[in-house]
Write a new protein. Sequence first.
Length: 199
Amino acid sequence: MKILLIGASGTLGQAVDRELAPRHEIVRIGHSSGEFQVDIGDSASIRALFERTGRFDALVSATGSVHFGALAEMNEEHYAIGLNNKLMGQVNLLLIGREYANDGASFTLTSGVLSHDPIRFGSSASMVNAALEGFARSAALELPRGLRINVVSPTVLQESMGTYAPYFRGFKPVSAAEAALAYARSVEGAQTGQTYQVP
């Protein structure tokens, strides 16, 4: 399969690449690196990406930005970061990408553990992650041509604990390689409308 991997240079993206590359053609896409570049917060950039990459069999999004901060200090602009980037950016990957997807193609988006296990300073991430999962459940009912959509919801990664440990006290991290298996399950499986929680 020809798989578009967005966020390919990130910790999670690299693990997904290592998992899928032995079996598939991977097109590596980043914000400022990779074979192609895209700003998922800009729908024109997304469309320009698909015009360059052409038709595909699967899309994996392992990217998305949100703002972490105390609720008392959050304002509309802080929430807009996650809404415009991680939420609508990934939604637009489907809305625009479906025009370029081959019959039976799959879309795999990324949410995160905070959709169902919130922490302090994570209200934006919780909101965006839960919205992504709800979108996928509903969109799966209406996608034509055998198109599929799933979401992977990883907990904090072992490789990222140096940065995120203060936010995730008491959480058991998983390796990026373990999380990557859920992406393989989505891409190479047959289910749709699912959220794969890791662990």
